[in-house]
Design a protein around this ligand. Structure first.
Ligand code: IPD
Ligand code: CA
Length: 255
């Protein structure tokens, strides 16, 4: 199953790499000028929906773009066709295709693919996490040696003050920050030991469902910012770290 999902996601990557005249097929969603969608997001989702539902017809499909199915079945694909759409529109080459397959709310397979550098992060529950087929593992850095990745929750300004309060708190306690603009990929960078902490005050299921399994299988932990379990079918905050840094959620500034 994992290899089949990887093959489908790699094909979708070719659609992303073939993009041209992106600006002319870009529009803002829901009267929110920062939340962009392009014809490519829709084309990639259509490809993934067709191929993934053919692979496992008994699964529901939850994708970022368009209408969502009512979720009634045990198996569920949770899909972001392009995570990092603003990066995609601006040619920053840091975007990914993210696919999780969950059974009764537990992610069993996760694939996150950055086609620009041809990197496939993948995991199957209980079988470890890999980057292009090689095992990956989180660091054992404490907070004082941590590189922190973050999202600014730009689509919902109700979280702005808390986001910056947490950034300020971590700025004083960690080595440095990065804000790259694609949450699923950021979680995978922690899994691969390239960073140590990622947080964002509000994400949608497709932004972290696949990454949550890849991180867990690489020895890390993904929860809500209050340390509680994150249901991959529901949106919410995300605190995704190596095993050493995870407990630091206890000291984070509250809501
Ligand atoms: C967004 C990116 C971004 C994060 C947003 C996400 P999208 O996903 O992951 O880094 O800050 O919260 O919604 O809209 O590009 O798929
Ligand atoms: Ca997206």
């Amino acid at each position: 199953m994992l290899q089949e999902i990887i093959a489908i996601v790699r094909e979708a990557g070719r659609i992303v790499l073939s993009a041209h005249d992106v600006e002319s097929v870009t529009r803002a969603k829901e009267h929110n000028a920062a939340n962009l969608v392009t014809a490519y997001d829709e084309a990639v989702q259509a490809h993934l929906r067709e191929k993934l539902t053919a692979l496992l017809p008994e699964a529901d499909f939850l994708g970022e773009e368009g209408e969502h199915d009512p979720l009634t079945r045990d198996w569920l694909f949770i899909v972001d066709p392009i995570d990092g759409t603003t990066n995609f529109v601006r040619h920053l080459n840091y975007s990914n295709i993210s696919v999780a397959l969950a059974y009764r709310g537990e992610v069993r397979y996760g694939v996150v693919y950055n086609p620009y550098v041809d990197e496939v992060f993948a995991a199957e529950k209980g079988r470890g996490a890999t980057l292009n087929g090689r095992p990956i593992h989180v660091t054992d850095h404490g907070l004082d040696r941590a590189i922190t990745l973050c999202g600014s929750t730009i689509y919902d300004r109700r979280y702005t003050d808390r986001s910056f309060a947490i950034m300020r708190h971590l700025y004083d306690r960690t080595m440095d920050f990065r804000r790259f603009g694609a949450a699923a990929l950021d979680v995978c960078q922690v899994a691969a030991g390239r960073a140590d902490v990622f947080f964002e005050c509000r994400l949608s299921p497709w932004d972290y469902a696949a990454g949550s399994l890849i991180l867990a299988e690489a020895g890390g932990v993904l929860t809500r910012l209050d340390g509680t379990a994150a249901d991959p079918r529901e949106g919410g905050s995300v605190w995704a770290t190596n095993a050493v840094c995870h407990d630091a959620w206890r000291e984070l500034p509250g809501e």
